[in-house]
Write a protein that binds this ligand. Sequence first.
Ligand SMILES: Cc1ncc(COP(=O)(O)O)c(C=O)c1O
Length: 434
Amino acid sequence: MTDTAIDQALAKAHQHFTGSNPASLRQFEEQARYMPGANSRSVLFYAPFPLTIAKGEGSALWDADGHRYADFIAEYTAGVYGHSAPEIRDAVFEAMNAGINLTGHNLLEGRLARTICERFPQIEQLRFTNSGTEANLMALTAALHFTGRRKIVVFSGGYHGGVLGFGTKPSPTTVPFDFLVLPYNDARAARAQIDAHGPEIAAILVEPMQGASGCIPGRLDFLQTLRDGAARVGALLVFDEVMTSRLAPHGLANKLGIRSDLTTLGKYIGGGMSFGAFGGRRDVMALFDPRTGPLAHSGTFNNNVMTMAAGYAGLTKLFTPEAAGALAERGDAMRARLNALCEKEGVALQFTGLGSLMNAHFVAGEVLRSEDLAAVDGRLRQLLFFHLLGQGIYASPRGFVVLSLPVSDADIDRFVATIGSFIDEYRPLLAAVG
Ligand SMILES: Cc1ncc(COP(=O)(O)O)c(C=O)c1O
């Protein structure tokens, strides 16, 4: 099938989308007068214009034109509780009733800190931030000061926040630290490079499963090589568990049996409010003890009462360790169904990932690193996105699919059926598996 056929299918999808969403188009045009491209989060943009989401309830969303969607993106994993959990709303209202912006240590932050430390045993002490990006910046800063070194090992395709993105080299907006970018899931290259640069390396920063680059699980031998290498050269191993902490009752690293020196968290842990945290070894975190440590760490909203209350309610009443395990199992079962379907249909489409996080990829064969996706035709991802939207399913344009707690089995059945109808409709455009 020719290139033209894909272009034509996409033009038809865009035309249908534009005709169906006049209110979103109007919003987009008005907002573009005050925000470049009407946008304040690059990930939310797609052509011809993004939907404006007007309302959410449970696992359902409504756009500005009144269409209803089953939400399979869930605020890029921060929305594990759905859009209206009463436990979260009650906690936030209660906190607000006791006063906003209290300018002091408050009654809520200590119990959230304790809950997180008890849940993720590698975190002996932590500090809160407002985002996962900040958490990673602070963890790296801690490592630089703790070791007195400059170099930071990261991995191609890694994403650690708005100013910490990596392809085969740092993205243009990435902070100018001294990064060494190595291939993901290549234990041999990692061992050689860690040993070659050993005395310069302050930190090795890695996602145990790369999220933004397409839900690519880290191989155990690779992650263990990083653990051993960091210990050998005296660097700190920093696991970015902003996404992966949800994938097992006590986080993915804990499930894999690898103990990092520092861990960063974010997303759902704040109960859906803005959140980040970094923590780990007590001797490293002592750098930030204002009684004795040399480092200051500020942030007006670090301990804001809404996040502190919502986070505690979420982790203790809703996304308990048992609930995290159960959601991961539902995700594993859904991904197995999707992959069985793609295999049966003989198309070059697969869903990678772990537990409740997965990503559709239009490629056959094992996906070990983002380079394995370089040849994928991005137009197929777009076609899938618009096909899902047309069936009332909101997923990410990059093929990222996320389960939240309120997603129903019927929603999952519908998602699987919609992948089936996508394959039926576009079969001639999908390369056959060889
Ligand atoms: C693995 C990982 N780290 C860090 C971040 C940054 O978190 P935030 O968007 O809260 O700054 C993200 C966001 O998607 C992420 O996926």
